[in-house]
Ligand binder design. Structure first.
Ligand code: MRU
Length: 345
């Protein structure tokens, strides 16, 4: 268990650690309405694919619970509006849509029941999605840790830790499991420009939980790999196409090319809910474009002239650069079309 809570259903409210404030302040915000949850996802109070999915499910549950509709069809159309709003918050992490669909399917199965029953079922389902994520990350951790030798240095990018999930993390779940089983693991975290999830979040959570971490700038990755200072790269994923192409935080692709050229294993750790079987190739994955101020400004200070700016939040790592995909159901390797499908059985 980490020493903080990323997200929690508490007294019919959704409580989240405000990740925008880390690492300087550890403060929690309480969402009383589904609109507040949607805003929190959009504005990055909570981020990271599995955590976004949990927040979406809790947002729908909260919206349902707070609905004042007594007419069934009006209540059901309000649920559709709630899901629609939440679906527009962030486009890339498929866990958001996976969670929304799971909540919708539950409503469809229980359409004949009364409103209170549907409300309670939605709350229970959101809590179940949370609990399952804890278990899923633990499994990813124990399956993936078998690939990590004692004394390894693991390079990771962005934040795929407790802060990106219900608890424990995906990529960092593997690190945590290896560490807890007594392996002397060290982590190198890339700062992850422009939003600095590596510097602000990964370095914070590992340090807080007593795991050894060194922070580097993104452009130092080639240096450390070329000097033999990295044994393994492990990253998370926002969406995995059925051919094994991986959408993850911008800069992941560069790391995969570097890892390949230095013969370093490049692992992707993600729950099966991050695999989008309807997306056959990486190019089909929608890539979020974020505010250019993330690039042109640092701590509110303008650091660039007024030029054209590109700020895609994610990139696609082609499957040929991915050594293995580590999930709670097992490890998939190339050819991914078959191995990822087998995870469904
Ligand atoms: O923009 P973010 O912070 O939501 O991006 C998160 C990432 O890219 C993570 O690496 C990914 O979601 C994996 S999280 C277990």
């Amino acid at each position: 268990m980490s020493s903080f809570k990323t997200i929690e259903w508490k007294n019919d409210r959704v409580v989240m650690i405000d990740q925008r404030k880390l690492p300087s302040e550890e403060v929690y915000i309480e969402c009383l309405t589904y609109k507040e949850v949607a805003k929190a996802i959009k504005e990055m109070v909570i981020r990271g694919a599995p955590a976004i999915g949990i927040a979406a499910a809790m947002g729908i549950a909260l919206g349902a619970l707070k609905s004042s509709k007594s007419d069934k069809s009006e209540f059901l159309s309000e649920l559709d509006e709630i899901s629609l709003l939440i679906s527009t918050t962030r486009p890339t992490a498929v866990n958001l849509f996976w969670a929304i669909n799971r909540m919708k399917e539950l409503v469809d199965r229980n359409k004949g029941e009364d409103i209170d029953f549907i409300k309670n079922s939605l709350v229970e389902e959101a809590k179940r999605i949370y609990e399952e994520d804890v278990e899923t990350c633990r499994r990813i951790g124990s399956i993936g840790a078998k690939l990590i030798e004692d004394g390894s240095v693991v390079l990771t990018h962005c934040n795929a830790g407790s802060l990106a999930t219900a608890d424990y993390g995906t990529a960092l779940g593997i690190v945590r499991n290896a560490f807890e089983s007594g392996k002397k693991i060290k982590v190198i975290a890339t700062e992850t420009r422009p939003y600095l999830q590596g510097a602000r979040l990964t370095a914070w959570e590992l340090n807080k939980d007593g795991l050894p971490v060194s922070l580097i700038t993104d452009s130092t990755a080639g240096y450390v790999m070329s000097r033999g200072m990295v044994d393994t790269v492990i990253v998370g994923a926002d969406r995995i196409a059925s051919n094994g192409d991986v959408a993850n935080k911008i800069g992941t692709y560069v790391l995969s090319v570097l890892a390949k050229s230095h013969d370093i294993p490049f692992y992707v750790a993600a729950p099966v809910s991050t695999i989008d079987y309807d997306c056959s190739v990486g190019e089909m994955i929608p890539i979020e474009e974020r505010n250019i101020k993330e690039v042109t400004h640092i701590m509110g200070n303008k650091i660039a002239p007024d030029v054209n700016v590109l700020n895609p939040a994610f990139d696609i790592t082609p499957n040929e650069n991915v050594s293995s995909i580590i999930t709670e159901k097992g490890i998939a390797s190339a050819p991914y079309l078959g191995s990822l499908k087998e995870l469904l059985d």
